[in-house]
Design a protein around this ligand. Sequence first.
Ligand code: ADP
Ligand code: MG
Length: 676
Amino acid sequence: MNIGVEVSALKGVGPKLTEKLNKCGIFTIYDLLLYFPRDYEFIRSDVEVNEIDGEEKQILTCRVIGYDRDVKTKSGKVISVIKFDYKGNIVLGKWFNQRYIRNSFKLNESYDLVGKFKRNGKLLEVINPMIGCKDAKESEIIPKYPLKGDLNDKIITKIINQVLDNVVITDNLPKNILDKYNMIDLDTAIREIHFPKGKIELSKAISRLKFQELFTYSMKLLLLKNNLRSNDGISFQWHDELRDLKESLPFSLTEAQTKVVRDILRDQKSKYSMNRLVQGDVGSGKTIVALIALFNVIKNGYVGALMAPTEILANQHYLEALKIFEKFDIDIELLTGSTSAKEKKRIKEKIAEGKPMLVVGTHALIQEDVEFNNLGLVITDEQHRFGVEQRNRLINKGRRPDVLVMTATPIPRTLALYMYSDLDVSIIDKLPPGRKKIDTRFYSDNERNSAYNLALDEIKKGRQVYIVCPLIEENEKLELNSVEKLYEELKEDFFSDISVEILHGKMKPKEKDEIIGKFKENQVKVIISTTVIEVGVNVPNASIMIIENSERFGLAQLHQLRGRVGRGEYESYCILIGNAKNEKTKKRMEIMTTSTDGFYISEQDLKLRGAGEMFGLRQSGDIGLVLADIYEDIDILRCARHEANNLINSKERENVKLCSEISKSIERYSRYICFN
Ligand code: ADP
Ligand code: MG
């Protein structure tokens, strides 16, 4: 059986079932094999009576010893009760509204009942038990698949079984690696993850597949890196006007910025393509670094592109570029989703021409119909919001352009090495001088008024205020303060004669921009917002950030939000309002109030929450990790990367062949396990 064929080729899979499988993302046999259970149900059979705890499902072989009369409950349900014997104990089997159930049970015969058996005095009770199969094994592990629609575990189990009966999965890891780490082969691993014989077998299968994912992931990045290294890029000269630009800036660059600019200019000059990550905490001044890099490329006669994750941010970068490049004759355009059709057409034609210019934009830049010519440098801001695929789409619009990615999410160094191992890394590790420390405080819910009084004081001093809530519409169940509700509340009381505006993700980009624009011009004093304000917005006059329900946010996110204030010369505050009843929350809030070091905070956040959640890695599917977690499985990752590296650098003929096979199958299958 060829694993590349569509599921409809399977026996018993007609058009209807095919459609249902497609909805779960299963198109080919290959997808089916890699459609792992999300969980398992462990069923133990014929345990001793004193081990029965009512928590786990069990299979017990019970003998029918009698029938009770049906009972009618107040709500009109009919309960049928059958009495069984289990190793000398009486078991009451109860069924609701199944009047004919006793026809299935003959007196004195034995049946395997599956269910949770609870103790009730001397009796055991089980409600709506299923009748298990006679040949129940010692212990059974039933896979639970992540299903959509009316697919059920039975159907999917049946077709996966059919596939497993007809395929042999060839291993693609060299035997010496398997032996070295004492791993089972791929074929067994795939079989065991679907239908484990026991818990030990299951955990071996998981380890092997985690290794597989992380090995493939490492291969992917290492190959990409090798590829870029060997790519001839454009060699840009250092343009004379660079000095004039630096002199015209309203501030002098910090040492940290200068160092990073130097790294970048060196890359630009080299004959290889640049592929660099710039990490710098919020407010460290990444934008100017990006603009200098773009300036040099444009002055060398090429097109530079700057991509931001939101329109607000793209807009801000555009305005900043206009200001910084004012005296330097640089053509600048802004392309976003809300650019009018007519404008879009004009800008696209211009980009396609390939005359030296700067184009700033959002995802609109990577739409298929945007054609670049002469693209020299691609910069993506706030990289953690984009996936590798999106980055690649922009890169592929040019012929070997230089690539710079910027992020404010401080990723602990070890992790960064693995996550971005295809990139060189520069870090802006100091903030510009004169930044005031942000006074961060935690207020419990009943101290909220103090927070708003503080905000009023700041407004009296001429400052501005951000208030952030986690949700847009009120959700009674979660009792979160929604933007709208809070607006009404504050308008009635604290801010009755102050101009307040709302900002949230469901608004049109144009409306959002208008509000941010007014806030920047200090016409609006208070913005009540969801986290759309999180990345990049720069309003130095804002001095206080109030975060409602702060316990609902990740620490890295709180740190990002806090970074919206303290950007000017004023004393600034970040007030975290919330409920810190449990220990973990208390600890998290304490980290926030005592530290302003983004790296430290993110490391703590990682420890408390795990990498998958923090970076949305698992959800993005972008790097193809399903079972493995980069942070939790860092030990496996280290080994996998080490082996991948060895394999790539090996000169042995066998290995060179293997390596090329693996890289081909990585290309062919977007997902992580490659086997033929
Ligand atoms: P981020 O790294 O978060 O993107 P920005 O680039 O938005 O930070 O910079 C934050 C603020 O710091 C901006 O107002 C910017 O003009 C200012 N800034 C950047 N570099 C310097 C510097 N060397 N000295 C003083 N202010 C600077
Ligand atoms: Mg920024």
